[in-house]
Design a protein around this ligand. Sequence first.
Ligand code: AVJ
Ligand code: FE
Length: 439
Amino acid sequence: GAETDGEALRARALASLRTARDRTTLLTSCVEEPDLTAQHSPLMSPLVWDLAHIGNQEELWLLRAVGGREAMRPEIDSLYDAFEHPRSERPSLPLLAPAEARAYASEVRSRVLDVLESTALHGTRLTEAGFAFGMVAQHEQQHDETMLITHQLRSGPRALTAPDPDPVPLFTGPAEVLVPGGPFTMGTSTEPWALDNERPAHVREVAPFWIDTTPVTNAAYRAFLDDGGYEDPRWWAPDGWNHIRRHGITAPLFWRRDAGQWLRRHFGATEAVPPDEPVLHVSWYEADAYARWAGRRLPTETEWEKAARHDPATGRSARYPWGDADPAPEHANLGQRHLRPAPAGSYPAGASPLGVRQLIGDVWEWTASDFLPYPGFAAFPYKEYSEVFFGPEYKVLRGGSFAVDPVACRGTFRNWDYPVRRQIFAGFRTARSAAPGAV
Ligand code: AVJ
Ligand code: FE
């Protein structure tokens, strides 16, 4: 009945908020105070900014908008408004000190638990099926991924550890999979915690195409490097060529050549670049150049989602490649259980019906597409989540990385970033059209 549904939704909201806070606590307690207030890269906020911003967004949406409560500390709102202050400015703001930021976020949370107890999870769009609580849990998890990127960028010894993914035999299955042409339902109108840019569901016609069975590996990417890929303008989009020349980019971020061997910095340690892992920390321009060199191209966002969700047996779109079940550890490398992507060919239980692997988890995958609204898009609950970013400056990434929590990952989930970005946990796979004569 409605009451047990309400209880199940409340339990899910509570568990999602708790999982997010446990991760935030881990990410902000494994380093000393100076590492929380320092800016480790001009591209990133100090960790203590993310921490208080997480609390402030939770206060805005769950205490004020849902709970109708007064502002706790109205004077700090502007400090933690991402649009008022770009990341490069944030270290010079009068931010809450680590102890104050922790106390603020935990006071917000304890009041949120009261609001969750006393709010009906239906009746308004914001509270329907616990949406606002799910949105806030996703927001915290997105900043947790951002904080993990800051950890990767920081110098000094390793602060975080996690077991490596299980080794798997070298993947020897087919290199690519044929996805049939025809209609496909993209996006969702039914997933309760889907964000505004994933909506509404709509049908698209897709021409048949081939897509890589697994993400492109470090070994495959090295062949591009060894073939002089970074010195040959034929492979590069003109803006990408200018960018790599101007910045002297000759390999993925964090890679370094040492006596004929490629090493990389990985969370405070140095390691040989693992050949079978999906390539990580490449820009859209690098992904696009590799694909052209390989005689292929990046998949469009529509192709990516069709590969991930289309079930040819029924013609319907599933929530995930493996079906409608929520992600479990055997499906995908998610949730920072590991601090790296799993080798190509891992997670056979997470494959799509056509056999495409590792679409969810491991590495965010660059697509060919600009970040644009779907037909019928309506900003909800705020324009600054998606709407202000629509346009040709941002490219879409899909599928989530090892650093994405399941609550913020679906077959419909859309991420976006500038085509020059490399610090994010991004890799890619390639595609080609199956129609005769097409690329
Ligand atoms: C969806 C990952 C691009 O981190 O900029 C966090 C998510 N929005 N706070 C970002 C987000 C507001 C956003 N991305
Ligand atoms: Fe935010």
